[in-house]
Design a protein around this ligand. Structure first.
Ligand code: HEM
Length: 201
């Protein structure tokens, strides 16, 4: 085994801030939705909108960082992406329970397996931006109607926003489970805290 530096300081900061913001958005969002009473509707509504702006800011910062450092290359896959995703999915469903080795070895220039790459890319480029756009359409609904938007759009906006929130909860549950499937139970999480991880030679 050898120790490698996988996550730069900004990246770890961004990751945990994003996790904190999304967790707060989910809690306040579900309160606004009427699922429980914690801060009170009014406060939950304001906190939710403030965190939404925070998320936009952090996503823009992260885009800037990933592009200027060239780290976005970690998300590109050479060769047959589908075949590689299937290999990784088979490992999670079968191989892992038979103690088979990980199909893709981690190193400094390739820390994410193909399934992680596509999941995180879809989340960051499709899921979160869509949720943010729909959320802002919800918030600025009156202004948009004054600008000519069909008032009936409130229904699909509300349904899509709630549906995406539940999908995000599903992502977080799967994501946290997946982070325990590294070399040891906590090796991936330790790497996201310290930056360092032990990988195979
Ligand atoms: C709540 C929303 C969360 C989002 C949106 C999120 C998103 C991400 C993304 C995009 C990456 C890839 C970073 C990269 O390598 O470029 C990542 C990696 C990681 N995340 Fe999260 N994360 C969240 C919560 C959490 C939580 C709660 C934990 C652990 C308790 C966690 C643990 C990790 C770890 C260990 C990695 C390293 C790579 C891996 O094992 O997949 N994340 N996360």
């Amino acid at each position: 085994m050898r120790k490698v530096y996988l996550y730069a300081r900004f990246q770890r900061f961004w990751h945990w801030m994003q996790a904190l913001i999304i967790f707060s958005l989910l809690v306040t969002g579900l309160e606004v939705h009427g699922l429980f009473h914690l801060l009170g509707y009014e406060a939950a509504f304001h906190v939710h909108n403030a965190f939404a702006w925070g998320l936009v800011l952090f996503i823009l910062l992260a885009f800037f960082w990933y592009i200027t450092t060239g780290d976005f290359r970690q998300y590109l896959t050479e060769g047959n992406l589908l075949e590689k995703i299937m290999m990784q999915a088979r490992y999670y469903m079968v191989g892992i329970f038979k103690n088979e080795p990980h199909p893709f070895k981690k190193n400094e220039i390739s820390r994410l397996n193909p399934l992680q790459r596509i999941t995180y890319l879809m989340l960051t480029l499709v899921g979160l931006p869509l949720q943010i756009i729909v959320g802002f359409a919800y918030y600025y609904y009156n202004e948009l109607v004054a600008l000519g938007m069909d008032p009936d759009w409130i229904e699909p906006i509300a349904v899509i926003h709630t549906l995406l929130a539940y999908l995000l909860i599903g992502f977080v549950i799967m994501h946290v489970y997946m982070t325990t499937t590294g070399h040891t139970l906590t090796s991936n999480i330790k790497a996201m805290v310290t930056g360092w991880e032990e990988v195979e030679e």
